[in-house]
Ligand binder design. Structure first.
Ligand code: ATR
Length: 274
């Protein structure tokens, strides 16, 4: 049988850790397959996706800045892509390009893995309202939370996001953070604060209840200043690396036919590359 080929496309794409993750799984599972990195300019992404049937690829991942263009270009989308408004995983079915989104699944699987019981909680506070926040809010609502508060520097953006989801989700400006913290069972930082050496904190962890679970979708550094402050305050924290690893699982299984595991060995491999 011919080698099974998949890819990640982005612009730039050199920073993507997906080839490392999928390459590790291909080797571990002994699959005759490859996972390539392809840089595609925004002007070329639609033609690239349209040309996938017959290209030799069984599918691939889509990363920044192509997730919205992929959403618009595919012939069919799964429910996760519809809910998140973006496509990060492509595959071909009956000669048509299909798109899914695994970001919310990855977010939830990371918490299932590292903080079992997170689904039994009620109220979440999501800091930030960018593209990543939409997947996070969808995941939290799917887990059954009764209330999600979104705070954002630009309140209008939080409102736009909340409007996509209905009555369980409320929008606020950042000035509301301090009053929302004492009621939060789960806090998720989706802002870029704390990334790459930035020391600013998106919220003051002192006001959180003792049982609060704190997570960050930023994973460079692995322990963000926000997670460090929460941990020093004695709170349970979960870093964002697991979301990256878990979001890769459904695509791999679809293309290569075997479900891969997120192991400590894989985590260590990716950490060494951060
Ligand atoms: P992504 O799609 O990865 O979530 P994004 O769309 O650029 O990235 O969103 C980044 C988030 O970080 C936004 O919520 C942004 O707030 P605005 O919507 O007001 O821009 C937030 N953010 C970035 N820098 C910030 C800062 N210095 N202070 C507060 N929030 C910040």
């Amino acid at each position: 049988m011919a080698e099974i080929r998949a890819f990640v496309c982005g612009h730039p794409v050199a920073h993507s850790r997906s080839p490392l993750i999928h390459g590790h799984w291909l080797k571990e599972l002994g699959i005759d397959g490859s996972y390539e990195r392809i840089d595609i300019a925004p002007s070329d992404i639609r033609a690239f996706i349209a040309g996938l049937p017959g290209s030799g690829f069984v599918g691939g991942n889509v990363t920044i800045p192509h997730k919205e263009a992929a959403f618009e270009t595919v012939s069919r989308r799964d429910g996760e892509a519809e809910a998140v408004g973006a496509v990060n995983t492509l595959w071909i079915e009956n000669g048509k390009v299909c798109g899914g989104n695994t970001d919310a699944i990855g977010f939830a699987a990371n918490l299932d893995d590292r903080a079992p019981g997170w689904r039994e909680r009620d109220r979440a506070l999501v800091l930030g309202a960018g593209g990543a926040a939409r997947a996070v809010v969808h995941a939290i609502l799917s887990a059954g939370y009764t209330r999600v508060d979104i705070t954002n520097r630009t309140r209008a953006r939080a409102q736009e996001l909340a409007d996509l989801f209905g009555a369980r989700v409320r929008a606020h400006g950042n000035e509301a953070v301090d009053t929302l913290l004492p009621a939060a069972d789960l806090v998720v930082n989706t802002t870029s604060l704390g990334m790459d050496g930035d020391v600013s904190l998106p919220a003051d962890v002192a006001a959180l209840p003792d049982h609060a679970l704190v997570t960050d979708i930023v994973y460079v550094p692995l322990e963000t200043p926000f997670l460090k402050a929460a941990s020093e305050r004695g709170l349970k924290t979960v870093d964002g690396l697991g979301m990256l690893l878990h979001q890769a699982v459904p695509g791999f299984e679809r293309w290569f036919g075997k479900r891969p595991a997120v192991t400590q060995q894989l985590r260590d491999l990716v950490i060494a590359d951060l």
